[in-house]
Design a protein around this ligand. Structure first.
Ligand code: MN
Length: 201
C-alpha cells in the first residue's frame, strides 16, 4: 500500500519572512506536518494489520487518529502552496476567483474581513477555509476546529489559513489577530485561482 510522504515546500524556509519566520516554517513543516504524515501512515498500517487478522484494534480510536492525521497532512499540503513570498504573494486576486469573490461577497475587502474574522474567532485551534461547492456553484466560507474535516472534505479547498498556535506563537505570541492580518501579504492568488479553475470542471 502506498504511504503518505512529506511534500517539499515550494520555497525556502525563510522565504515568507518577515510575515512568517524561518524558525516557525522549519518547525511547522519538519516537525508538525511530518508528524501528521507519520500518524496517518501508522493508523493505516494498524487498519491493514487488523484487516489481515494480525492484531485487534479499537476501530473508533484508530479511525479518529486517521482522520486527524490524514486531514492534517492534506490541509498542510494545500496551506504551503497557498502562500508565496511577500511581493509575489499578497495583493488582490485576479481572474475567475476575483470575479466570483466580487459577486458573492460584494468585493475583496468584504471577503477579506469575513475570512479574517473566521480565522481570528476559531475556538481553540483550527483553520479558516474557503471551499467551492460544485452542487450549488458557490464559494463556501468555513471554520474547522482542530483539523478533522469530516464530511466537508468532499468540497475542494481553495484557500486555507492555519491558526494552530504552532503556526504563529513563536513570532506573534498570543496575538493571533496580527498574524492573520499580516498573512494576507503572503497569499498566493495564482494558486487559489488554479484550484478554483480545476474545481469548477
Ligand atoms: Mn499546522
Amino acid at each position: 500500500m502506498p504511504k503518505y510522504t512529506l511534500p517539499q515546500l515550494p520555497y525556502a524556509y525563510n522565504a515568507l519572512e518577515p510575515v512568517i519566520s524561518e524558525q516557525i516554517m522549519t518547525l511547522h513543516h519538519t516537525k508538525h506536518h511530518q508528524a501528521y504524515v507519520n500518524g496517518a501512515n501508522a493508523a493505516l498500517e494498524k487498519i491493514e494489520k487488523a484487516a489481515r487478522g494480525e492484531i485487534e484494534i479499537d476501530v473508533r480510536a484508530v479511525l479518529r487518529d486517521l482522520s486527524f492525521n490524514l486531514d492534517g497532512h492534506k490541509l498542510h499540503s494545500i496551506f504551503w502552496p497557498n502562500m508565496a513570498p511577500p511581493g509575489r504573494g499578497g495583493g488582490k486576486p485576479g481572474g475567475g476567483i476575483a470575479d466570483r469573490i466580487e459577486k458573492e461577497f460584494g468585493g475583496f475587502d468584504r471577503f477579506k474581513k469575513l475570512f479574517s474574522d473566521a480565522a481570528k474567532t476559531v475556538e481553540g485551534v483550527g483553520w479558516a477555509l474557503l471551499l467551492y461547492d460544485p452542487e450549488a456553484d458557490r464559494l463556501v466560507l468555513t471554520q474547522i476546529e482542530k483539523q478533522n474535516l469530516m464530511h466537508l472534505a468532499q468540497l475542494p479547498i481553495l484557500l486555507s489559513l492555519d491558526v494552530w498556535e504552532h503556526a504563529y506563537y513563536l513570532q506573534y505570541k498570543n496575538d493571533r489577530a496580527s498574524y492573520v492580518d499580516a498573512w494576507w501579504q503572503v497569499v498566493n492568488w495564482d494558486d487559489v485561482e488554479n484550484r478554483f479553475s480545476k474545481a469548477k470542471v
